[in-house]
Design a protein around this ligand. Structure first.
Ligand code: DCP
Ligand code: MG
Length: 430
């Protein structure tokens, strides 16, 4: 039930003030807490925990990490592999380095950047900590991902002051005191505009946007800044000569509907005019859980079948472990492949009953794999569990025992004679 439709939350008499908060260079900032000597330097996060890195840090006790000399950290220029950058400090971004960029390419742009691996446990710990800090100040918080939330300021005491700036400042300060991390906040009449506004003054900034500022501050932005307009829609709009949100707003609504369909076309027209009624939802559930991996080298379904099989099984086990740890079961299992030419293929299958069982996920994912071409070599493989339900809800009971079986056990449980089998460039029984 949304707060708006819940009689316990009557619609407020006050103007809506919605904030979007996004942590600054999140993964990198968390590493900088551990290694404060790297503050202000170009640092990128990416790649696995490499041997050189471990060797370097070995022998340094936890308490002494902050004394490791800067010269001893691994540099991007020495990186060899196919890792991708998850994020970069603002000092590194000045060189054009950023999220989703291959590390070898980044090394050409900023060879002197320091490379650190991701520590997911630490990331999750800080994610929970900053969200809990916000919840102490404002009760209506919607989780939007590892490092961002929406906050309804409307009825929070002081939430209307300076259009929300005062409360934003207070939250920013509270988070910094609790975690040592900075964030950026946008406050606006709705989620759509707040999400854009949080980017206006990054890092460590606050932007307050009023409805009257739509034309001056929002319309000049590219359409891709609208949360929900992805690369495909962006390209299609560009093909129609529509680059900015203002240009989108100037389009005839019917014209957009005929180009993009009834709901998308109408939605585009609404958001271009800065309109969005979607409520800040108290509880947000994950839509899916997935694991994927980019291979060190492109792998072929036939020539590298053993290696691919192992990786595939491990991904299924990881997805099962994620589901079990977080208390969810899934009804859809899917796969994702990226071929050597970077084209992507996805397939999924809906189950009769929910599961979080590694063996079952492996089996269904294997069936999905039979439905894609495997003539080309693969660059990436991913496994996804969707249509999630919390265990204990919607009539779903926790199974007595999940199998979190190892790859070997999974292989043995299936018919070893047919596992894995390949025919005509298509993977059979994989
Ligand atoms: N992330 C990732 N892969 C990506 C993009 C992001 O793993 N392609 C991770 C690393 C980021 C975190 O998610 O630290 C949050 O993503 P953001 O887009 O908010 O990026 P940052 O917080 O790093 O930077 P910014 O200051 O721009 O918000
Ligand atoms: Mg962020």
């Amino acid at each position: 039930m949304t707060p708006q439709s819940d009689p316990a939350f009557p619609a407020s008499a006050l103007p809506r003030r919605i904030a979007h908060l996004d942590m600054d260079a999140f993964f990198a900032s968390v590493e900088l807490l551990r290694y404060p000597q790297l503050k202000g330097l170009p640092v990128v996060i990416g790649g696995g925990r490499r041997r050189v890195d471990e060797a370097l840090l070995a022998g340094h006790g936890e308490r002494e990490l902050r004394f490791i000399p800067v010269e001893e950290f691994p540099l991007l220029r020495d990186y060899v592999g196919r890792g991708v950058i998850t994020t970069a400090t603002y000092a590194a971004r000045q060189f054009g380095v950023g999220s989703a960029m291959g590390m070898m390419k980044a090394a050409r742009l900023c060879p002197q950047a320091i490379v650190l691996p991701v520590d997911f446990d630490e990331i999750r710990r800080f994610s929970r900590l900053f969200k809990a800090t916000i919840a102490e100040v404002a009760p209506l918080v919607q989780d939007r991902g590892i490092d961002e939330v929406y906050i309804d300021f409307t009825d929070v005491p002081g939430g209307q002051r300076e259009g929300g700036r005062a409360l934003a400042r207070l939250i920013q300060r509270a988070i910094f005191e609790k975690t040592g991390l900075t964030c950026s906040i946008g406050v606006a009449p709705n989620k759509l505009l707040a999400k854009m506004a949080s980017e206006f003054d990054k890092p460590n900034g606050i932007s307050v946007v009023q409805a009257s500022e739509l034309q001056g501050r929002v319309w000049p932005l590219p359409v891709r800044k609208i949360n929900g307009i992805g690369p495909k829609a962006g390209d299609k709009l560009a093909g129609l000569g529509i680059q900015t949100i203002g240009e989108l707003a100037a389009q005839d609504r019917q014209q957009l509907i005929s180009q993009f369909g009834k709901s998308s076309g109408a939605w585009m027209h609404e958001v271009a005019w800065g309109r969005d009624d979607s409520p800040v939802m108290l509880e947000s559930e994950p839509v899916s859980m997935s694991r994927e991996t980019t291979f060190e080298r492109d792998l072929h379904a036939v020539r590298d079948k053993a290696e691919l099989g192992r990786i595939f099984t491990r991904l299924c086990e990881q997805v099962a472990a994620d589901l079990q740890r977080k208390g969810y079961v899934a009804k859809t299992i899917g796969i994702k492949l990226r071929y050597e030419d970077f084209k992507i293929a996805t397939r999924d299958q809906t189950l009769e009953t929910h599961t979080a069982d590694a063996l079952r996920i492996r089996k269904v994912a294997g069936q999905c794999l039979k439905r894609v071409s495997l003539a080309q070599r693969l660059r990436l493989l991913g496994v996804r569990a969707g249509t999630l339900v919390r265990i204990g809800e919607a009539g779903v009971d926790a199974p007595k025992k999940f199998s979190a079986a190892s790859g070997k056990a999974i292989a043995a449980a299936e018919n070893p004679a047919s596992y894995p089998l390949f025919q005509d460039g298509f993977l059979q029984g994989f």
